[in-house]
Every structure is written in structure tokens, then in C-alpha cells.
Design a protein around this ligand. Sequence first.
Ligand SMILES: Nc1ncnc2c1ncn2[C@@H]1O[C@H](COP(=O)(O)OP(=O)(O)OP(=O)(O)O)[C@@H](O)[C@H]1O
Length: 279
Amino acid sequence: MVEEIPVKKQQNTEIRAEDFRITEEPFYLPAGNEAVLFQAAYDARLPVMLKGPTGCGKTRFVQHMSFRLGRPLITVACHEDLFVSDLVGRYILKNDETVWRDGPLTTAVRMGAICYFDEIVEARKDTTVVIHPLTDDRRTLYIDKKGEVIPAHPDFLLVISYNPGYQSVLKDMKQSTRQRFTALTFDYPAAEHEITIICKEAGVDQETADRLVRLGTRIRNIREHGLTEGASTRLLIYAARLIRQGVAGADACRAAICQPLTDDEGLQETLDDLVKDLF
Ligand SMILES: Nc1ncnc2c1ncn2[C@@H]1O[C@H](COP(=O)(O)OP(=O)(O)OP(=O)(O)O)[C@@H](O)[C@H]1O
């Protein structure tokens, strides 16, 4: 005989807003009026889309704004195997009982967090639509497995990031999704800003940061020759950190910038020439 498992439809109580609160101000150097725009969007409870290449400061910006707004931040890294239940929640077995466990989106909706979907185009389209009722006047989340409609906490905000460089027929956002967001466009920081960021994040001197930024700028300029994406600020910081550890400049650049960027041997040679020019 199959033993019946008692179903206890309870809410998961282990998750606390404090666990998602950012307690120290993350360093963020603004490029323009993005903080003012984000604040205005938040005050109007309009969902925000951050557009820009990988590693240019989108996540850091959301962390910074979450801190400034005093809201917890729940981040979801999107991928093609992300199902609605991964976001909304599912029933799980716990001590011979079936209990409901909220997913990260439901948690954010209930606690009034900022919910950040990183790289939204990676998610399956049928998964993405679950956010639609949260992004318009309804501000609700529908949990079909429970037949429950949850009104979003007044402080809840949805933020997504999107890299237009990865756009393709298969991986593009539906207009019905795009047109539910206000958008802020990000790009690699201006040279003098990027130098400041590298010095601060990696603890290197101005001269080293300056060389790395010049290398980054040159690599970004050869993008048309086959690189799908330029060297991100993140990679320049990685190289700076290796240099800070005592690695020679050229080796650090190869390991942290050139190799991660491409497997193409021809392109590697081109990148290597640029490195030799500067280090
Ligand atoms: N304006 C900035 N102020 C401070 N740090 C920055 C800034 N821009 C970039 N950075 C640095 O670059 C790193 C990479 O940025 P971040 O992780 O925010 O990239 P991203 O745009 O979210 O990338 P992805 O799309 O891959 O998630 C940060 O950890 C931070 O060290």
C-alpha cells in the first residue's frame, strides 16, 4: 500500500529580508544620471531594464541602488533550463510532509525586495511570461500550482539585465516583454572613470590602471575583426588583481583578458601584439 503523504500548505518561514539586505555601500562610480533615473523609476514603481555588454557595471549598479533604497536584493541568474517553478516555487518533501517552498521571485514579491533577473534573454520564453502581471498595473504574481494570486508588496521592484550584443533570432526578448520596462543603457566606463574603478577595485597604481584601460580601449576597437564582445571592465580588473599579486603585466593580461576573450589563434596573436605594445 502506498502511504499517503500529508500535505501541509505552509509558507516557507526560513527566508528573512535581512539575509538579502546589502549592509555596506557597494562602490559605484556613476557614468551619468542613471541613479536619478533609477530612483524615479523606483518611486513610480516602474520596472527597469539595464542594457549593456557583459562586465560593464550593471550588477554593481543594482547592488548600489538596493543599498541606497534600503531594499533587499534577490538576484536570479537566468539560463535556458530555468522553469517557472524555479522562480515561483514548488512543493518539496520535508520530514515526510509535502511543504511549499517559495522560489526567489515569490520571496521578492512577498518581502518587497528588488528582484534582479540577470541576462533575461537566456531564460525560456514561457518562463519569462510569468513576470508579465508583475510589470503592469496588476502588480500580481500568479502561482498556478497553488491557484493563488499574490499582490506584490508595495516596495517590490523588478529589474532585468539584457545584453543587446547577444541578440539573435533565437535569443531576443519578445516585444510584449520589452515594452513593459523602462530602460537604462550602460556601456564601458569612460577612460578616466575606468582608471579610477580599476585602482579602487584592484588596488593598483594609476599608471598600471591607465595601461590596462588603453589596452581595453584598443581591444574594443578591434571588435569588428571577429571578437564578439570587447574586453569588459571586469576582465581589466582581473588583470589588475593578478598584477597586484606580483604577476608580470603581459602575463596577467594574457591570462585575464586575451585568453578568456577568444579561442581563435589568429585573434590571440592580434591581442598579443596589443599587449606587447603596452606591457
Ligand atoms: N561604474 C562602476 N563603478 C564601480 N565598479 C564598476 C563600475 N563598472 C564596472 N565596475 C566593476 O566591474 C565589475 C563588473 O561589473 P558587473 O558585475 O556589474 O557587470 P555586469 O554588467 O553586471 O555584467 P554581466 O552582464 O556579465 O552580469 C564590478 O564587479 C565592478 O568591480
